[in-house]
Design a protein around this ligand. Sequence first.
Ligand SMILES: NC(=O)c1ccc[n+]([C@@H]2O[C@H](COP(=O)([O-])OP(=O)(O)OC[C@H]3O[C@@H](n4cnc5c(N)ncnc54)[C@H](OP(=O)(O)O)[C@@H]3O)[C@@H](O)[C@H]2O)c1
Length: 354
Amino acid sequence: MGFKLAVVGATGNVGREILTTLCERQFPADEVVVLASSASVGREVSFGEDDVLRVQALDTFDFKGVDIVLSSPGSKVSAVFAPRAAKAGAVVIDNTSCFRMEPDVPLVVPEVNPQAIAGYRKRGIIANPNCSTIQMVVALKPLHDVAQIKRVVVATYQSVSGAGRAAMDELFNQTRAVYVNDPIKPEHMTKQIAFNVIPHIDIFMDDGATKEEWKMAVETRKILDPDIAVSATCVRVPVFIGHAEAVNVEFERPITEDQARRALRNAPGVVVVDHRADEGYVTPAEAAGEDPVYVSRIRRDPSVPHGLSLWVVADNLRKGAALNAVQIAEILAAEHLGGKRRAAPPRLEAVRAK
Ligand SMILES: NC(=O)c1ccc[n+]([C@@H]2O[C@H](COP(=O)([O-])OP(=O)(O)OC[C@H]3O[C@@H](n4cnc5c(N)ncnc54)[C@H](OP(=O)(O)O)[C@@H]3O)[C@@H](O)[C@H]2O)c1
């Protein structure tokens, strides 16, 4: 027997990428059910090249018998459904910000703290970190192991797909409007995003930071090391897929560029592309659709005694969301939900749309 999976938010950006990733990595599933809001009931979503699954309503779905839920329906929806699914016996791997900072919910990036997955037993929930945090900690972990990170200053360049399907449509429509001289009316974004950049992601907090910036700081500490200070500025840019980050890292101990390059080259999930030439660094357009976290522009930061500057790029829908969640599911299945383990391609007769 393989596993029974449910994908919640299956019609969204992250949900569709989760389905693709499960298929590509041949997750040992016997059955995959796809759930979304009642407005999407009966819609079909692709599962790999040949299969199509029919969407069911999350509200009325009974999670009994489901082993693993991969979810991305937004925070408010997860707050209500995830405890219900966990109570029915499923383990929920949630992509929203709802449970990330709860002390009894593990927050996991498999390349950094896979051991934390065992903590799922307390609540039946595992949180997937914010997309910007994930790619940054994958790049920081090997450097932390070499020279112990004290402080990180990061500026992000985040694509609109990080804000969902509606934001992608908004960039497309505004770009067209600029060309045909139509008026621009921001709907999901706070300001014009076409041909512009917006230093405002998620809500403002009392100290003037945005919640996205706060998430990068507290999540990095929860995943990597509670003693690391993080100062983030998060910016939305007119890119469809792929987040970039300019990261300045200050270390306790000396570390050379070559030591950093070597550590990063040997690190799981990281690809170093770092030549001081026109083609010697990676941009979001090149990272879209790819699994690795790319690190480029590795150089000394001369403004502190032991410092490095890096350029970190990844596909926010893959490593920043779906791939990270599926990697967690793989470890959970293999190491914690044993007995149903079977490395076979999924069979989906039970749920395939007729
Ligand atoms: N995009 C990223 O890079 C990224 C990365 C990490 C985490 N996340 C988080 O993942 C979540 C989803 O992001 P997304 O980009 O996939 O958004 P999206 O494209 O807007 O998709 C939202 C999904 O949630 C479903 N949904 C909305 N309300 C629902 C309800 N009441 N009941 C059941 N399903 C409901 C939608 O279903 P309908 O089609 O039926 O409305 C859709 O499937 C957000 O919390 C986001 O912060 C996103």
